[in-house]
Design a protein around this ligand. Structure first.
Ligand code: PLP
Length: 419
């Protein structure tokens, strides 16, 4: 008899995006002529930068010749890509990250889940795990799958997890936990709220982690959207972070790699975790072991494409993509503010976080937007309890779609909700 991982059965059936898809499909069936504009899922729409395409074409040609063909590459990634990242993403910002501390992967989604492989289950270790609320659902669900939580309650919150509420009173930057935690997921610029953490906030987190021997899992998938020069792009810009933090980065949102797949995870050599006997063990060694055993690397062609993101042309073209999406965000922000809505994010992030009209909850607003404007967004409540009463609009779209969506939303009465 094959026993299953019964923790999967605790996962909430109505995961956010399937439920959105279901409602949109019902609507489209009933209104076959309506052209629905999707501003919900955070997937990029613009093509890969020409420098990336060119590098991948050259790599394909290399694969076509016997003398330049590549088979398996290093599981951790090719040295030239790791070195380009160390130079441009870290040394250029004054932080020390060595190339061999960078592990190339096929996605930050995978790595933020996979990282649990090198941490003890909470049932045997007592690790206390904290997430921000609202939260990128992957952090929560992967902990549920790993057996690190109890069942969900009626509001969808899992027993055992510590939820750090981010709301407008704290500027959508969750406070430090009021009890000791061992692992904390931080995501800045934040999905879904678009909030960023300034240097003092990150320094407080690093200090907390050092004091409590905690591990920070820092997801910087959206760092390229930071426009404010005072906001750190990496947790390693903070002194002492190398001893307490793992950082996740991705080419998905800066260079349009959502379908191409390339990301990386930084595990500094100073970082340690504790064995059941209280011994300190190097996490870099464990992650290397994990990756070389379970992963066979990202394709050569894709890594050549990622390397081109750091070329002079690649950097200029990538900056152009970011500017394009941020201009979409600005248009969304301004249009909704003019209609009297409270709007957050969208300045250093591709997400605009909107407070729903008075008396209207997240799903109520979702339905009204779909019914009246044929526009799909993401209900904030899908990201956690603190997301109730909010709505996420993504700036990842064509300009024509953004303008059309805003025109339609402009005809709605958003001053008051239905309820
Ligand atoms: N981290 C956050 C916070 C995200 O919002 C996303 C995607 O939406 C990811 C990671 C996924 O990144 P990747 O495409 O590298 O798997």
């Amino acid at each position: 008899m094959a026993h299953i991982n019964h923790h999967y059965l605790k996962l909430q059936a109505g995961y956010l995006f399937p439920e959105i898809a279901r409602r949109v499909s019902v609507f489209s069936r009933e209104h076959p002529d309506a052209r629905v504009i999707r501003m919900g899922i955070g997937d990029v729409t613009e093509p890969l930068p020409p420098a990336v395409i060119e590098a991948m074409r050259c790599a394909v040609d290399e694969m076509a010749r016997g003398d330049t063909f590549k088979g398996y590459g290093p599981e951790q990634g090719y040295p030239w890509l790791r070195e380009a990242i160390a130079e441009h993403d870290y040394a250029a910002r004054g932080c020390r990250v060595d190339a061999d501390e960078i592990f190339i992967s096929d996605g930050s989604k995978c790595d933020t889940g996979n990282i649990l492989d090198i941490l003890a289950p909470t049932t045997t270790s007592g690790n206390v795990i904290a997430v921000q609320d609202p939260v990128y659902p992957v952090y929560v669900d992967t902990n549920v799958m790993a057996g690190n939580t109890g069942p969900a309650d009626e509001r969808g919150e899992y027993a055992g997890l510590v939820y750090l509420r981010a709301d407008r009173d704290n500027g959508f930057v969750a406070p430090l936990p009021d009890r000791p935690v061992d692992v904390v997921y931080l995501c800045f610029p934040n999905n879904p709220t678009g909030a960023v953490a300034d240097r003092d906030t990150l320094a407080r987190w690093v200090e907390y982690a050092r004091e409590h021997d905690a591990l920070i899992l820092f997801d910087a998938a959206y760092e390229a959207f930071i426009t404010d020069p005072t906001i750190p792009h990496s947790i390693y810009e903070i002194d002492g972070a190398r001893e307490v933090a793992i950082e996740f980065r991705s080419f998905s949102k800066n260079a349009g790699f959502t379908g191409t797949r390339c990301a990386f995870t930084v595990v500094p050599r100073e970082l340690t975790g504790t064995t059941p006997d209280g011994e300190q063990v190097d996490l870099h060694r464990l992650w290397l072991r994990r990756q070389t055993t379970r992963f066979n690397g990202v394709s050569y062609i894709v890594q050549r494409g990622a390397e081109a993101v750091y070329s002079a042309d690649g950097r200029e073209q990538t900056a152009g993509l970011i500017r394009f999406y941020l201009e979409n965000a600005r248009l969304i922000r301004e249009a909704l503010s003019e209609q009297g809505l409270e709007v957050y994010g969208g300045v250093n992030a591709p997400y605009v976080w909107v407070r729903t009209p008075e008396g209207e909850d997240s799903w109520g607003f979702f339905d009204r937007l779909l019914d009246e404007a044929h526009v799909v967004g993401t209900p904030g409540s899908g990201f956690g309890r603190a997301g109730e009463g909010y709505f996420r609009l993504s700036a990842f779209n064509s300009r024509a779609n953004v303008e059309e969506a805003l025109k339609r939303i402009g005809r709605m009465n958003l001053a008051v909700g239905r309820a």
